[in-house]
Ligand binder design. Sequence first.
Ligand code: BTN
Length: 245
Amino acid sequence: LGRKVHLFDEVDSTQTIAHKLVASGAEEGTLVLAEMQTAGRGRMGRAWHSPAGKGIWMSLVLKPRIPVYFMPQLTLLCAVALCRAIGQTCAVDVGIKWPNDLLIGGKKISGILLESSGEDERLKYVIAGIGISANLLVEDYPEALRPIATSLAIASGSLISREKLVQTFLFEFEELYALYLEKGFAPIRLLWEAQSVTLHRPIRTMTPQGPIEGIAEGLDDSGALTVLTPAGERIKVFSGDIELR
Ligand code: BTN
């Protein structure tokens, strides 16, 4: 993975570029990196703050022949790989908030957005979009983000090597991806659970059926979060955001 790298100064979104590259035949492992995004995308239609030169804004092309239904597993795998890579490159205590936000001291430092294209219920390709707030300083964030977002530089007190972090991530990802394609989700699920800051904690989330509160118990085989409500009911949360309480 990452043997073909496309590096840009400025793009609207590395996701958009990666989709276009796939349409013109890009192979699995193709990586798109940009110094800056003018229209970085986050999950659930949100914008992703991607200022110039300070972050890692990248999209990785994957072509796993797995059912569309398993895509959440890949986002969780991505989060584990990123968590391990960060742990190896800088002195911070990073954890995963379900499904795939990386937090340091309760503040977000990284987000993952997977976009797919399906065919016959199997995935044709997936673009794994990863944003890492590496060397942003407090003044690089708009006011509104300051209480909820941080960066590796702010948290560790020193600037980090973006090249080293990308390389370490690709190495970790490749290893876990091979494990996943060979053995399935079970080993990834254990690794995710070990890095999670969500499990065994009270959480709250909105679902199409209304709000749910309870204790986050674990992941099921598809990667959904199982929540035990005060009424003793077990509910699965498949997507969306959770609030840690
Ligand atoms: C989230 O937490 O909401 C996901 C954020 C994903 C951001 C990355 S940055 C690189 C790639 N290109 C985008 O436009 N988005 C993803």
